[in-house]
Structures are given as C-alpha cells and as structure tokens.
Design a protein around this ligand. Structure first.
Ligand SMILES: [Zn+2]
Length: 431
C-alpha cells in the first residue's frame, strides 16, 4: 500500500497548527503550511483537527482475544483463574477459530487507528496451534497492520514440560521476540533461572526480549531486577522489555530507589497495562485495595521508556475492551494521577511514540521520510483526544485511507441553545 495524499490544516501532537502533511509514494514528503498539491493527489481538509501518528499497542494477547465465555467466565476475576480458564479452553481451540477472532480484532484495531501490535502467543502446546494461527494472521494483515509476535510460555518455561523446546520451535517458525513469565515458575529461584536462560537464548539468536515480570502484588517479587541484570550482562541494552511490573506498586520505597536506576542503566523498556491490572490486582486485599499498576511517573522521570498496553480484550482475564488505545491511556492517567497537561501528554505518548520504540518500528512518526501512517482524530489536542476518546475520522497507512468514521455529533432541540453539539471546544476557548 503506497499512495499520495495531502492533508490540509491539521493540528499536530506537538502543538503546531494549520499544518499540511504531504504523502508521496507511501512516505511523508513534506510537512509545512500551504504546501503545493501534486497533480491528482487527493486532498483532505483536517479543519484544525489532530493528526497523530497511529496508535501502537506494545502488549496484547491475540490468541485469546474475543474468546470471553469460552468455555465459561472467570468467576473470581483473578489472574490465576484466568490462566486456569485459558488452560481449559486450549484443548478446545482450532487454528481457524483463533485466526478468525484475531482477524476480527485487527479490523477493530484499524478502525481505532491502531496499526501496530505486539502480541504474546502461548507456546505451551505441543501442536503450536496458536503460533501457526497468528503467523498466518500476521501474514494476512501485513499490508495494513504490523503484528509482532512474542513466544510466551504461559505455563512457565521451566514449570511446563516441553515448554522450552516448544518456545524454540516457535522462534524457528518465525516468532520474533522471546517471552517469559518468571513469577509463575514454581519458586523465586526457578523464576530467576528462567530469566537467565531466556535472555541467553535471545542473545544467541539476536532477538528482542519481552517478559511478563512480577505481575503480582508480592512486594518481594524480584524478577525485574534479574531481568535488568542479565540485560546488562549480555549487552542487550534497549532490546529488553519488562511487562506489567505490578509488584513494584507494593515494593519497599528504599528498594525501588535502588531498582529504578538499575533498570535505567540497562535501558529496559517497560509496559504498564492499566485496564487489566487495575482489575486483576489487589484481589486479595480487603480495604484499602492497592492499585494494580507499576510506578509510571517515577519510571518516566528516571528516563525509562514506558508504554501502555491493552493486554486483553474479551478473554479469560478481561471481559471488556474494544481496541481503543485512548481508553487504555485514559485509565493509565487516572490510575497514575497524571492529570496535569504534561502528564496527559506523557500518557498520549505512552500509546504512540513510546510503544513504537518498544516494538522498534521503522519510519514511525510525522517527520519527512517517515511512513505515511496516521490517524485524524476529532479533537484539537492530545488532551482533548484523551478526554473524549475521540472519533478516528480517518486512518491512513502508506498514504492510503483504510478507515473512515463519522464525527460524533448530537443534534439538540433545546430552547435558545445551539442545534449541534460535538463536545470538542468549550465556547470560551473560541472567543
Ligand atoms: Zn500479558
């Protein structure tokens, strides 16, 4: 997909207004004001609305998505019952059904302006059904969506018999990132050992690493420390991601003051999954109930790249969701209390540029030379996009329009009031 397109009068996330963006042959050829239109290139008047690079999801489980209720629902709402439920569902899965659900989710994603997803895929299955299904989905969606796959040993690479061999087979088939779940191994020592061997495997094969790490309320869980240590030892700087890190919420403050600089030295990327962990964590608490999210502002302040992931949509762990990364960012900013203008901008970055860095996406952004991938939002700033979970008026990949959505507008019948309301601007702001 590569085409020409001229967007007129857009607002950009960095605050530039009345800006034109020209796409030629699928790449951004010019960004400026009153650009000359090449012959035959279609033009879109953005009318001051926000043009952003597309949303990116750095943490998802596409093999489980849209399976909610199969074979039953999660009664306790906990992570562990979710894992158990997924274990009950696995023998019933078919390659076709996994692919069909994943493709449906990718349709939703595109309509929401979400054009790149890193998905974990469970490798704890002799048949590697989910791996084969998602590799086929990856091939089919490649023209319109970047799907990056992580070999994820859901039942523990040491705990589940044959898991390491199956993980290696998945990598041989083309899965490109090494995953892990050290907190689900039988002991803290086994967890640490799993981190060591999986990081070594990634180093041998020149791959990236993304581990579910310390996804518990246990203040003594220490796996992200081990992950940072092996990242340094094996010189994997910038290629390793620690996902979830919810135990950090409950850790001793002194210990965290030592841990965060260690993570920064290792150039670890981190992913918080606000929608999921605010609902899964703290389930053993009475009151007060802990917030199940890692220390996002503190990690950001230390210069660590923090992304937000959707993690789950309608699966054994989470019954809600619709592929809306603005909903993810909105939950993140509420849970982390990042309500300042700067905090809101950081949360918008966490579902766009920060996640793009985690995936290592080439040509991401709105600079000249970048891929002409973007989303036009019915909002005039990133904060307004978050507040409104703005409509995705236009979703573009390589200069080609993939999706259009009608603006959210209500027709009012109130005496002495305007007939139309769209929630975007307070009347005072336009005076
Ligand atoms: Zn996950």
């Amino acid at each position: 997909m590569s085409a020409d397109l001229l967007i007129r009068h857009a607002t950009l996330p960095d605050g530039r207004t009345d800006t034109d963006v020209l796409a030629l042959n699928g790449r951004i050829a010019a960004v400026g004001s009153a650009l000359a239109a090449p012959a035959g290139a279609p033009e879109v008047d953005a009318a001051g609305q926000l043009l952003s690079p597309p949303f990116v999801d750095a943490h998802f489980h596409m093999d489980a998505t849209l399976s909610q209720g199969l074979p039953r629902v999660n009664r306790s709402g906990t992570l562990l019952e979710g894992i158990q439920l997924w274990g009950e569902l696995k023998p019933l899965l078919t390659e076709e059904a996994i692919a069909e659900r994943a493709l449906q989710y990718c349709d939703w994603a595109v309509a929401r302006g979400l054009l790149a997803i890193r998905s974990h895929v469970d490798v704890c299955d002799e048949r590697l059904l989910a791996v084969r299904a998602l590799l086929e989905v990856k091939r089919r969606v490649a023209p319109y969506l970047d799907l990056q796959l992580v070999a994820f040993p859901q039942d523990g690479v040491l705990r589940a018999p044959g898991a390491l061999e199956n993980l290696k087979r998945a990598l041989d088939l083309g899965v490109e990132v090494v995953g892990g779940i050290p907190h689900f191994e039988r002991t803290m020592a086994d967890g640490a050992e799993s981190v060591r061997l999986l990081c070594e495997l990634a180093a041998e094969r020149g791959l990236r690493v993304d581990m579910h790490c310390d996804e518990s309320d246990d203040p003594l869980s220490r796996h992200v420390e081990t992950l940072a240590f092996h990242t340094q030892r094996l010189a994997l700087h910038g290629r390793v991601t620690g996902s979830h890190l919810t135990s950090m919420h409950s850790m001793d403050n002194y210990y965290v003051s030592k841990l965060i600089p260690l993570m920064a030295e290792a150039q670890l990327h981190t992913v918080a999954n606000p929608l999921i962990n605010i609902t899964l964590q703290g389930r053993h608490d009475s009151y007060p109930k802990r917030r199940g999210m890692t220390r996002v502002p503190e990690l950001m302040a230390a210069g660590i790249n923090v992304g937000f992931g959707h993690d789950c949509v309608m699966d054994p762990w989470y019954a809600l969701g619709s592929g809306d990364m603005l909903e993810v960012a909105s939950m993140g900013l509420h849970v982390a209390q990042m309500t300042s203008v700067q905090g809101q901008r950081q949360c918008f970055d966490a579902v766009t540029v920060n996640n793009a860095r985690i995936l290592g996406l080439e040509g991401y952004g709105l600079d000249v030379g970048c891929r002409a991938d973007f989303v036009l939002l019915q909002a005039t700033s990133p904060e307004e996009a978050l507040r409104l979970r703005a409509q995705r008026l236009l979703v573009v990949r390589g200069g080609t329009v993939l999706s259009r959505m009608a603006p959210a507008v209500a027709q009012l019948a109130l005496p002495g009031r305007p007939a139309r309301v769209d929630f975007t601007r307070h009347p005072m702001a336009t005076r």
